[in-house]
Design a protein around this ligand. Structure first.
Ligand SMILES: O=P(O)(O)OC[C@H]1O[C@H](O[C@H]2O[C@H](CO)[C@@H](O)[C@H](O)[C@H]2O)[C@H](O)[C@@H](O)[C@@H]1O
Ligand SMILES: O=c1ccn([C@@H]2O[C@H](COP(=O)(O)OP(=O)(O)O)[C@@H](O)[C@H]2O)c(=O)[nH]1
Length: 506
């Protein structure tokens, strides 16, 4: 750690910036509160690097109107950013989750456009950028995460051109025809282009972004490289890290926009799956369900992007047609609470719970529930027990940046059993080609695939699961973060890898 000469605060060589901090507040028996690193994959991936490179994490602690001093949780240095109740409503629930989220997920729900939400989004992004500028050492690497903070890269570059800035978008980037609806479409592109490297989940997302840059800014792109003209009248223009000339001899900085598909800490899931008490819990879950022949599982945040309604429709029709029998097959649906103050999410909850009630009323019996519906968030141990208990995993998202649940199911299945039904509209489907791939809008196709999964012979299940496991165990989250940071460090020396990584589809 060094001191930042401008602010006399501690300065760090690696700064991670994300909307949510990777810590949970825990209260002990005496009522004393403390912070514990949350078990998210991003922390697992970045923790070793943060330790070796002297890092700090900047983000919101999850409660409004509370000014929290910097602290350490585990070995992670934390610098909280305060959000007021109004920020929460306009920046997080409003612009992030009621404008950008539906727009970036193919307008499955109607995005709301409000100028005051935009203004708060700008203001809060500035607060995050200022916090990063304050703690970053000279020439530090700053890695900004996700759609809530798309303006931070340019805001940061403006005040700290010495920094190496990366941005990773965890959700899809939409095709131009959809993106162009956004009243602030140019400002967002300018914000992102402040980064040296912009990472996306899928090759298609990176392509959509480059197209938006060409259409809205008229900048040249060469494969994943974007040439951003430098304004030589700007006094800061001389301090850009890597400057080159374009075809016409103008000065440009280069930005790399490429796919870096995220993954999970696969070893951690395998280790949990080997634990006898978790295996016992998996058996207990099946018993609690009345030992049905087949357990199907869905695990999602209760979000309209996840296609929970489509899944229930297909399952309900199969029961109605007598092609599945509720005495033999149970669907466990974990729908973890999410963004509950946003109206679209409230409506979704009502719709889903009405549908579940109807299916159970029509096809359940005293001894057998057709859909075991759980509106809770579960710890990782319970998730792994559920994955082990499930013969068929249903991932039917209408659009999803990656979908880590699909990868977790595969990593957990150390017995090389279980069938993954996976929507082609997830980022995960680019890699997990041996899953049973489905179009969730095609209800007849989904029904046929569910029946195929239920009836699949053991030999085929093993063959597919073995191939899926090879992918997930090789491309884990440590590899993901290392490859992103490697691209970022190389970009600092003007060395951009020109290609998207080959997506291993075999
Ligand atoms: O913070 P919340 O509003 O409660 O939402 C939870 C997170 O949801 C989103 O997850 C995405 O990232 C995953 C990992 O890259 C990816 O697999 C998934 O497809 C995405 O939906 C969101 O991007 C996060 O910022 C939220 O914290
Ligand atoms: O009750 C739950 C439900 C979900 N998850 C975790 O939440 C993440 C969901 O990630 P995904 O990429 O599938 O979707 P997102 O919710 O980020 O859009 C996964 O790690 C799940 O294991 C969890 O820990 N408990």
């Amino acid at each position: 750690m060094t001191a930042n000469p401008d602010t006399a605060t501690d300065a760090y060589d690696l700064v991670i910036v994300s909307n949510r901090l990777p810590v949970d507040r825990v209260v002990d028996e005496s009522g004393e509160a403390s912070w514990r690193p949350s078990p998210g994959g991003l922390v697992a991936a970045l923790e070793p690097m943060m330790r070796s490179q002297d890092g700090i994490w900047i983000g919101w602690a999850g409660v409004a109107d509370e000014e929290i001093e910097p602290f350490e949780a585990g070995d992670i240095n934390i610098r909280p950013v305060m959000l007021t109740e109004q920020d929460l409503q306009e920046y997080y629930e409003g612009f992030s989750n009621d404008t950008l989220w539906p727009l970036y997920h193919d307008v499955i729900a109607q995005p709301s456009y409000h100028r005051e939400w935009w203004e708060t989004y700008v203001k809060v992004n500035r607060r995050f950028a200022d916090a990063a500028a304050e703690v970053a050492a000279q020439g530090a690497v700053v890695w900004v995460h996700d759609y809530q903070l798309q303006l931070v890269p340019a805001m940061l570059r403006e005040v700290r051109p010495d920094l190496v800035i990366g941005f990773f978008n965890h959700i899809p980037f939409p095709p131009y025809g959809i993106y162009s609806q956004l009243p602030w479409r140019r400002q967002i592109i300018d914000g992102l282009l402040g980064a040296d490297v912009i990472g996306f989940q899928r090759v298609a997302d990176a392509g959509n972004f480059s197209r938006a840059v060409r259409r809205l800014k008229g900048y040249e792109t060469r494969g994943p490289i974007i040439e951003v003209p430098i304004d030589t009248d700007d006094p800061a223009s001389g301090s850009h890290r890597h400057v080159t000339t374009d075809r016409r001899g103008g000065l440009v900085r280069t930005v790399l926009a490429r796919a870096f598909p995220i993954s999970i800490d696969a070893d951690q899931y395998q280790d949990l799956a080997r634990r006898p008490e978790i295996q016992a819990r998996a058996r207990e879950i099946r018993q609690e369900l009345g030992n049905p022949q087949t357990v199907m599982l869905g695990v999602d945040r209760l979000d309209y992007t996840k296609g929970i309604g489509h899944r229930l429709k297909a399952f309900g029709e199969l029961l109605a047609e007598g092609r599945l029998n509720a005495e033999e097959v149970t669907l466990v649906q974990v729908a973890s609470p999410s963004r509950e103050r946003v109206e679209t999410y409230r409506q979704l909850r009502d719709e889903i719970e009405l549908t579940v009630g109807r299916i159970n009323g029509d096809y359940g019996s005293l001894g057998h529930t057709a859909v075991a519906y759980l509106h809770h968030g579960y710890p990782r141990e319970e998730m792994v027990a559920l994955y082990l208990a499930a013969d068929v995993m249903l991932v039917t998202a209408l659009r999803d940046g990656m979908n880590l649940v699909a990868k977790e199911y595969v990593a957990t299945r150390i017995d090389e059993d279980g069938v993954l039904v996976l929507s082609e509209f997830t980022g995960a489907s680019d890699e997990l080609r041996q899953a049973l791939l489905i179009n969730p809008h095609d209800i007849e196709g989904l029904k046929e695939t569910i029946l195929q999964a239920v009836a699949m012979p053991k030999r085929d299940r093993t063959r597919r699961m073995r191939a899926l496991r090879r992918k997930v165990l090789t491309n884990d989250v440590a590899r993901w973060s290392a490859s992103f940071l490697d691209a970022l460090t190389r970009s600092a020396h003007g060395d951009h890898p020109l290609q998207n990584p080959p997506v291993n589809r075999r």
